[in-house]
Design a binder for this molecule. Structure first.
Ligand code: 5GP
Length: 197
């Protein structure tokens, strides 16, 4: 997919290209490999947004790791988070005594990961660290330490490489800022709410 492709026309700007994403993910994979020498961590993908990042990241980690998946949905609108998070898919196996790495697409208010962290520590994980492709620290509400970050992003609504708007744009191979005319059009068509900016 090149920059003339249909999906790219809805971006205001590209933030990170395929090459930049892959370079940063490879470096992160090496760091995790070093930090977890002699261990067999459980890597947990938070669906659906982190799925592309997760698949690329685990292939850059040279450890006998295991994978599992969780999914959450947030109550409230896309503009105002109520702070309540609902677990809609749980892990398949126990993480008692295991070293867990929670892999997220973007940390925004921090509420989702704060909630998941509490649940997993309550189940007796030996350790728990947070890995994210993107971090938006300017929007943080919940106290949260993010251990591995590929990129910091400005306070704008970003899509691509797994991140969606209204379930679209996940297959865009790069990360970019969604053009405001896209949510204006979506609002007009079906009363969808614009994401926060
Ligand atoms: P938090 O609980 O940290 O506020 O929310 C994290 C979730 O909000 C992310 O997993 C993602 O689904 C969504 N989110 C936050 N900011 C953005 C953004 O800029 N773009 C997209 N596509 N999703 C976002």
């Amino acid at each position: 997919m090149n920059h003339d492709a249909l999906l790219f026309q809805d971006l205001e700007s590209v933030l990170y290209t395929r090459e930049q994403l892959q370079t940063s993910i490879a470096e992160m994979g090496k760091r995790i490999t070093r930090d977890y020498q002699g261990k067999s961590p459980v890597m947990v993908c938070i669906l659906k947004g982190a799925s592309l990042f997760f698949c690329d990241l685990i292939r850059e980690i040279d450890l006998p790791l295991e994978i599992d998946f969780m999914a959450t949905s947030s109550y409230g609108s896309s503009t105002i988070s109520s702070g309540e998070v609902k677990l809609i898919k749980d892990l398949d196996r126990s993480i008692h005594g295991r070293d867990v790495l929670l892999v997220e697409d973007i940390v925004d208010t921090g509420m989702t990961l704060n909630y998941l962290k509490k649940i997993l520590m309550g189940r007796g994980a030996a350790s728990l660290r947070i890995v994210t492709l993107l971090d938006k620290p300017s929007r943080r509400v919940a106290p949260l330490t993010v251990d591995y970050i590929c990129f910091e992003v400005p306070d704008a609504f970003v899509v691509g490489y797994g991140l969606d708007f209204d379930e679209k744009y996940r297959n865009l191979p790069e990360v970019g800022i969604l053009s405001p005319r896209v949510y204006a059009a979506a609002e007009k068509e079906k009363g969808a709410e614009a994401p926060h900016s």
